[in-house]
Design a protein around this ligand. Sequence first.
Ligand code: HEC
Length: 461
Amino acid sequence: MSAMGMMAQSAGECWLRAMFPLLACAALPWADAVEAAANGSISYVREVAPILQRHCNGCHHPGKQKGDVDLTSVRAMARAGRHGIPVVAGKPAESVMLLEVKGSEPAMPKEGGRLSEAQVAVLERWIREGALDDTPPPPGPPTEPPGYEAPPVLGAMDWSPDGRWLAVAGRGEVLVMDAVRMIRLHRLLGAPRKIEALRFSPDGKSLAVAGGEPGVRGIYQRWLVDGWARETHAEVGHDVLMALDWHPDGKRVATGSPDRMVRVLSATDGTVRVAGQVHADWVLGVAWVDDGRRLVSGGRDRSLRLLDGGTLRLLDVVNREGEPVVRLARRPVSEQVAFAGAESRARLYQAFVRPSASDPGQDPNHVREFDAWPGGATALAFSPDGQWIATAGAPSGVSVQRVEGGGRVARMEGHGGVVFGLAFDAKGERLATAGIEGRLRVYSLPSGVLLTNWVPVEVGR
Ligand code: HEC
């Protein structure tokens, strides 16, 4: 019997159901487990998970499943590994996980000291009691907007393709501006607490939001522009999604995250279609190229990689590794990508690979570099026609340059701190900026004249 089946069977009087009549049935096994733990049984969350986190999960997590074993959740432990099922609820003698840690010369942990007798006893008793899962379900969407004691750091933002909406990431919410009147019209509550990327779909009908909780879960959401309802909420992996790009067909999105993975998700329901650990460090940028047939990814390992869009197979390394890639964008109407480098500036590359790219010392796909920043580049965006690029950098400032030739269009100073978000409007006549100072600024282009400058939330309540 599966762990879930076991848990359902052990359902007694459920006090939680009495307290919360609307509690979904799916949450009831959890409620039973909480109740059981309160009655003196072993708690997975308080007693079992800490042992596994400390001694086992380093080699047995979703991104690194040694022996095909993932020990980071009760559900995963009930799935068969290479040589049997790690945890068979109610049956310690059949649970491979227990057999591996017992005896005079335990096979696990593979490295580090063995588990103490008391720890083994906890695992054994927990399995015998039914391997109950008292992990709390993730919190549901809040109904109250978050309160802000100071202007929040604003980051990711995007302007809708029709120019009507400007979406800006707040803390656990997305602020949607009417971009004509420049007033806040909607607050999308229940967005990830940490939002790293916001992108309108190519048809402008959906807004994709990517983020999550560090080391806990990645979150992908899709909101419908018509009515601003949340249509999709999916948990993806165990770390924050740092980058997102829509496939031109509008049916898929690519994501990047600190677990070094690039994933392609179904845009509709967020399920992972293909995933690959293609970098040696955090993946902070993804961009579809070649009409969606290929994907460029970039990360802290300083490399831009060209991947097959269907399989994520590595086709080639695009750049000579220079500086960590913190943001990446495709130049519209071209086969070029630009990245913001953590140490100096944004650089433009061809996204197809010239033969000598892998020769040391050569950088044949490099096209151009843009204004340097003393503390490194922090954000970049292309105008929709691909003619201009805006870059921001530390300690502060924003620059707009012509992509061809690199000539300066405008330079904006006076931001109170680093800028993390940049977005051009649909015609390339306005540029929105946001960052540490918590203010949303909109500049006219090419003049660089400041049109509006305000904190888009109420502060101090
Ligand atoms: C340093 C890495 C490492 C650590 C730490 C580690 N394991 Fe493993 N584990 C492995 C490898 C590698 C395998 C694959 C089989 C092998 O090579 O022995 C494996 C296999 C397993 C299997 C499957 C058994 C099989 O025969 O395939 C189980 C169950 C398991 N480990 C449980 C644990 C438990 C429980 C802990 C913590 C007490 C733990 N592991 C800690 C590396 C590790």
